[in-house]
Write a protein that binds this ligand. Structure first.
Ligand code: FAD
Length: 155
């Protein structure tokens, strides 16, 4: 069995999140069924930011029930103790789970700020946007209520 460690240090949690280019947002639909989607994201000061087209299943799901669980994972590395023994194989990883509530942002300037948190993550730059682009994008602020990190195989 590979040793695992839980992480609560915010800097270490941030390091893991910053290495990820995708997060997986777990939602609960109107029937109580799970709905999980991959998203690009921004992360700053204990908040996760998502942006999305203003239509599609996810919009109705999140408006009906804003509770989400967001998963991040990185540094995946297959290892084995004995190449010929299946149960000696495992995966090293670093991962984070964030639980919180999604709020749709309507304020124009706040949407621009959030889009730049996301764009900075992927490009290292701020951008200016034309008004229709901002009006036509849905922006979600996920207020994190609980966050946990986990290492497996790393120390
Ligand atoms: C790496 C990555 C990053 C992404 N980043 C973003 C982002 O930042 N913003 C964004 O809005 N979207 C992003 N997407 C796409 C996102 O995962 C959804 O596919 C998209 O937002 C549509 O979701 P919806 O609920 O509106 O589906 P709808 O368009 O309403 O689709 C209807 C049905 O299609 C199926 N479906 C939806 N999405 C997927 C999927 N990804 N794979 C397989 N089946 C699916 C579901 O069964 C759903 O019921 C990303 C996808 C990937 C793989």
């Amino acid at each position: 069995m590979m040793a695992t460690n839980m992480i609560s240090n915010p800097d270490k949690i941030r390091e893991i999140i910053d290495k990820c280019d995708t997060c997986y947002v777990g939602m609960v639909d109107e029937r109580g069924n799970p709905y999980v989607l991959p998203f690009n994201f921004g992360y700053q000061d204990g908040s996760i930011y998502l942006h999305m087209a203003p239509q599609g299943k996810k919009i109705g799901v999140l408006k009906n029930n804003p509770h989400v669980c967001v998963a991040f994972s990185t540094d995946h590395e297959l290892f084995n103790r004995h190449a010929h023994v299946a149960c000696s194989y495992g995966m090293k990883y670093r991962s984070v789970l964030a639980y919180g509530k999604a709020e749709f942002i309507e304020d124009y300037d706040e949407k621009v700020r959030i889009m730049n948190v996301t764009m900075r993550k992927y490009t290292g730059k701020d951008f200016s946007y034309n008004a229709p682009a901002i009006h036509n994008v849905c922006v979600c602020h996920i207020h994190i209520e609980k966050i946990e990190g986990k290492l497996s195989g790393y120390f």
